[in-house]
Design a protein around this ligand. Structure first.
Ligand code: BTN
Length: 241
């Protein structure tokens, strides 16, 4: 099992915890390093998007996995760790929207941005934004119908430090989990299986994921399509989440 959280750097505000962790990785920081922040001025999401997070209400977390080794299913393993961490501190039931958004009741609870460097000294920065205690009214209008937070979905008063400790623990287990375990758990939590989805080039019904973690879709034009990267959207939900 990999141990995350040692060393730990916390910033009250930084531009992006992923950027900080990447700089530290390039400067030779050890695996296990975790960077967190109370706020980000330039939080980054997948596909070049930005990441909204009000101060001290979201876990803003970047962990350095080093050496990276052979971990082709890392993008699937990380959201499973986030699901477990969330469920450990709040009464919620999480699912994963391929490849790595975490949903509760079809609303986005957390997002994952993994940035890696291949090669002999390969490493990965695992970035996670997990909404812990964001009051519903604090989400901007464009996220009001699609985002949620542990405090809203589960009630109670979950805290960011609790979320950080739970994620350190769950991530340590999931980054080293055997491929069969990652695939089985992902399939059990797959929010898209059986759903009508749309992507840039088409539309169809998701049948699941293959053993490489690619999304399998029976397209409306009658072919079985394998999607390895990019974004799909629930067809009936428009563009987001
Ligand atoms: C997404 O859903 O698009 C991924 C969002 C990832 C956001 C987290 S917040 C902590 C870390 N630092 C960043 O700049 N991004 C990730």
């Amino acid at each position: 099992m990999t141990a995350f959280g040692q060393p730990h750097r916390h910033y009250s505000v930084t531009d992006s915890t992923n950027t900080r962790a990447r700089e530290l990785a390039l400067a030779g920081a050890p695996g296990g390093l975790v960077v967190s922040a109370g706020g980000q001025s330039a939080g980054r999401g997948r596909q070049g998007r930005s990441w909204f997070a009000p101060r001290d209400a979201t876990l803003l977390y970047s962990a350095l996995l080093r050496p990276l080794g052979e971990r082709p299913l890392l993008p699937l393993a990380v959201p499973l760790a986030v699901c477990e961490a969330a469920e450990a501190i709040a009464p919620v039931s999480c699912r994963v929207k391929w490849p790595n958004d975490v949903w509760v009741e079809r609303r986005k609870l957390a997002g994952v941005l993994i940035e890696s460097r291949a090669g002999r000294d390969g490493w990965a920065v695992i970035g996670v934004g997990l909404n812990v205690a964001v009051p519903e009214a604090d989400f901007p209008p464009e996220l009001a119908d699609t985002a949620t937070s542990l405090s809203t979905a589960g009630g109670g008063e979950p805290t960011v430090p609790e979320a950080l400790a739970a994620l350190n623990e769950a991530l340590g287990r999931w980054v080293d989990a055997p491929a069969e375990e990652v695939l089985a758990e992902f399939r059990a939590r797959d929010a898209l299986a059986g759903e009508q989805v749309a992507w840039e080039q088409g539309e169809g019904v998701v049948t699941g994921i293959d053993d490489c973690g690619h999304l399998l879709v029976d397209s409306t034009s009658g072919e079985r399509v394998t999607l390895g990267a990019g974004e799909v959207h629930l067809a009936q939900h428009g563009n987001r989440p």
